[in-house]
Each structure stands twice: as C-alpha cells, then as structure tokens.
Design a protein around this ligand. Structure first.
Ligand SMILES: NC(=O)c1ccc[n+]([C@@H]2O[C@H](COP(=O)([O-])OP(=O)(O)OC[C@H]3O[C@@H](n4cnc5c(N)ncnc54)[C@H](OP(=O)(O)O)[C@@H]3O)[C@@H](O)[C@H]2O)c1
Length: 393
C-alpha cells in the first residue's frame, strides 16, 4: 500500500515544501488506419475503421485564423494565441483547454491519442466549435510524435505555447509494458515522447511572434523527495541513469531508469523527475537565446482524474474524500485547469526555469525542487541520453 500513500500526502507536503494535420504515413490507431487526404488545399487525415466508416481524424479549423495581428477600429489588438496541449481529452488537460478556449483569446490544439474521446470530451465540456482543433498524437510512438509535428506545421497555425501534460501512471503493474520503440511505457510516454515533441516544436516556438512564448512540462510533488509525499516508498530516483542509457528495454537493460527491478509506481515518479529536469535543461540551453519561458508545475492533488484509472478500486473510492477531508489537499479539475491556464497565459508568470505551486489559498508561488530534481549535471546527462534514444543525436 506504500505506493498509494505518496498520493495521499500532497497537501501536507505542499505546505511544508513552499516558502511562502496532418498524418503523412499510414498509422495504426485503435484498430483503424489513418490516411491523408487533400481537401480545400489542406491535408485532412481521415480515420477509416475496419468497417469502412470514415471520420475526420484531425479537426483542422479555419486555416491559421488570427495568425496576424488584427486591426480593430484602427487599433492593433493581440491576435489569438495558439496553444498545443497534450492529453487534453481528460482531467487537467481538458480543464485547461476549456479554461483557455472560453476566454476567446486562445485557440487550443488538443493533441490526443483517441480522437473520438477528445471530441466527445470537448463537446461535453461545452467548448465552442472553432475554439479548438483535435490532432492525433500517441506519445507511445516516436513516429506518431513526428507525424504530429508535420501535421501541425501543415495546419498553418503558429505555435505560441506548448503544454506537455499527458501522462500514464501504472501503480499496480507487475510487469513492464513498452512503447512502439521498445521503451518502458511510463518513461516512454511521460518523458521520451514529450522530449522529442518539445525539441521538435522548439523551432516553431522560436518562430512565433506572440509576446510571451512558453514551453510547460507538468511535474509532480511525488517526484520531489523534499516533500512528505515524495518520501513515501517507492521513492523516485534516477540513480546513475544506467537503465535509461541501456534503452529501458527490459531485455538487455533494466526497464527502470536506475537499473533496478520494475516498479510501476516508481516508473511514474521517475518520469516526473525527468520532466522537471528536462524543463530546467531547456531553460539552461535556450532561454537566453530565444526568450522562451520554460516552466514546470505541481497543479495540486486532482484526485478525481483518469490518472488513477489503473489503481485498485478501494483506492479510487477513498482517495478523493481522503484528499478533501483529511489532507485538505484536494483540487478540483476545474481549479487545476485554471492554475495551468494561468501558467500558459498570465502576463505575470513569464519567469523561466521555474516550478510553480499553489498554497492553500490558491496563491501561486515559485517552489523549490528536490536536490535530485534540480541536479544540473543529471539534467545534462538525461538530456544527452534521451536525445540518443529519440533519434536526435
Ligand atoms: N491528478 C493529479 O493529482 C496530478 C498531480 C500532479 C501532477 N499531475 C500531472 O498532470 C498531468 C495530467 O494528469 P491527469 O491527472 O489529468 O490525468 P488524466 O486525466 O489521466 O489525463 C492524462 C491524459 O494523458 C493522455 N495520454 C495517456 N497516454 C497517452 C499517449 N500515449 N499519447 C497521448 N496521450 C496520452 C490521456 O489520454 P486518454 O484520454 O486517451 O487516456 C489523458 O488525456 C500529468 O502529467 C500528471 O503527471 C496530476
């Protein structure tokens, strides 16, 4: 039960911690195939199911609407920002997409592995037609990541903010599963898929003329050993990265980054350290040169999201009330969406290299990362190995 406990403690820890397309190739997708199609000058991929039903797999709205500054009664107004959010089909990603879309100031590109789920989620969240597009992205396949980037560029939209939000958590898994490229799934999806995506889309962020361009990677309290929650076994720890360097294959190397025995809960926490280290390495390498803001955050304990879908039923039943009434660390999906939307768009949050958190009054503050999650030598080594694994070096 130790693995559950780390999620049971974030409220206590937070207080302690703080000081105050287009798809080019055929692609397997839920037993269906994606193929490209020309339509009105835009490539619009369609999803052909095994029964021959064809649905649009990428909803590319009007071409590059609001790409330039609009002129209103002679005054220049800021064009609509374009934000890509991975994993926007549920939980935090969906709540953030909704919060940004309803301001009218943002067009949200929902980068999701399940097109129909994302479309249904957007509609039931009440997101207005035209305020969002859905594009297929499966972070468990590096090929899919590359196809997403190609498709996004074909859409003609600029990229102003990228939010690397998607994640999986497999606390009850006894054996590892693997991505299409053969990497342990939690680290493959949460870290390596996002690592490739963020590196490729950095070029697009650089080209954006938006006043504040941002790259945000979700972190977590559970990867920070300077918190109570981060000290609950299995503790996150990357060791000397020997498993990662060996390719996380579970065959010629361990499936775990530190080379140890497989542990699904630890793999998630390790991936979150990778997310926080990656953000800092991006900051170190590119902030000065590009002016892009790189940030990470702990949005609070959103005990009701799909992140816990693989947990035992008793945990899923008790976790939300425990967070609400005992630790009082519970954050609703709506509130967490507002928090992340703030990191995306608030003019006061432009500081780069920062890990944001919120106190019990829902005030945002710059939090401290654990020693390991802020180890710059480890961040550099992680970057170099990851670049090799995703084919960038
Ligand atoms: N919940 C919390 O208390 C909490 C606390 C700290 C940090 N976080 C972080 O917040 C982020 C969002 O988590 P959440 O709680 O909102 O969980 P969630 O509701 O399960 O959302 C995760 C999203 O990731 C998507 N996803 C999973 N595998 C994917 C893949 N291979 N390719 C593309 N998308 C994939 C899911 O898609 P499907 O809908 O298709 O499954 C879903 O949209 C994560 O980074 C998590 O680490 C959450």
């Amino acid at each position: 039960m130790a693995l559950q406990a780390s999620f049971l403690l974030p409220a206590l820890s937070a207080r302690k911690e703080g000081k105050v397309s287009n798809v080019v190739k055929e692609s397997a997708f839920l037993g269906a195939s994606l193929r490209e199609q020309h339509k009105s000058g835009l490539l619009v991929p369609v999803l052909r199911t095994q029964r021959g039903l064809v649905v649009k797999a990428v909803s590319v709205a009007e071409p590059a609407q609001g790409v330039r500054e609009a002129s209103l009664q002679g005054k220049k107004v800021l064009r609509q920002g374009v934000v890509v959010i991975t994993g926007a089909s549920s939980g935090l990603g969906l709540a953030t997409a909704k919060a940004l879309a309803e301001t009218g100031k943002w067009h949200v590109v929902m980068a999701c592995r399940d097109f129909l789920k994302a479309e249904t989620a957007a509609k039931s969240a009440g997101m207005a037609k035209g305020s969002y597009s859905i594009m297929h992205l499966d972070l468990a396949s590096l090929d899919s990541v590359r196809q997403f980037v190609h498709g996004f560029r074909q859409s003609g939209r600029p990229l102003d903010v990228l939010v690397c939000n998607a994640a999986i958590y497999r606390p009850t898994a006894r054996t590892p599963t693997y991505t299409a490229d053969g990497y342990e799934m939690s680290v493959g999806v949460n870290h390596l898929g996002h690592f490739l995506l963020a590196n490729l889309l950095l070029e697009d962020l650089k080209k954006s003329d938006y006043p504040s361009r941002r790259l945000i990677i979700l972190g977590s309290i559970t990867g920070n050993s300077n918190t109570l929650a981060g000290n609950v076994p299995p503790k996150a720890g990357l060791g000397d990265l020997r498993g990662l360097a060996g390719g996380l294959s579970g065959m010629t190397s361990s499936a775990m980054i530190d080379g140890g025995d497989f542990d699904g809960a630890k793999a998630y926490k390790d991936s979150k350290i990778c997310n926080m280290l990656t953000m800092q390495e991006f900051h170190k390498r590119f902030h000065e040169e590009t002016g892009i803001t790189f940030a990470s955050l702990y949005p609070g304990c959103i005990a009701t999201t799909g992140l816990f879908r693989e947990h035992i039923p008793l945990f899923r039943l008790l976790f939300p009330p425990f967070q609400k009434f005992i630790t009082k660390g519970f954050v609703s999906e709506e509130e967490s969406g507002k928090r992340l939307a703030k990191v995306v768009s608030d003019p006061s949050l432009t500081k780069s290299g920062v890990y944001w958190s919120w106190n019990k009054d829902s005030a945002c503050f710059e939090n401290q990362l654990s020693q390991e999650a802020s180890d710059s030598a480890k961040a550099q080594k992680l970057w170099e190995i990851s670049a090799k694994l995703v084919g960038l070096a």
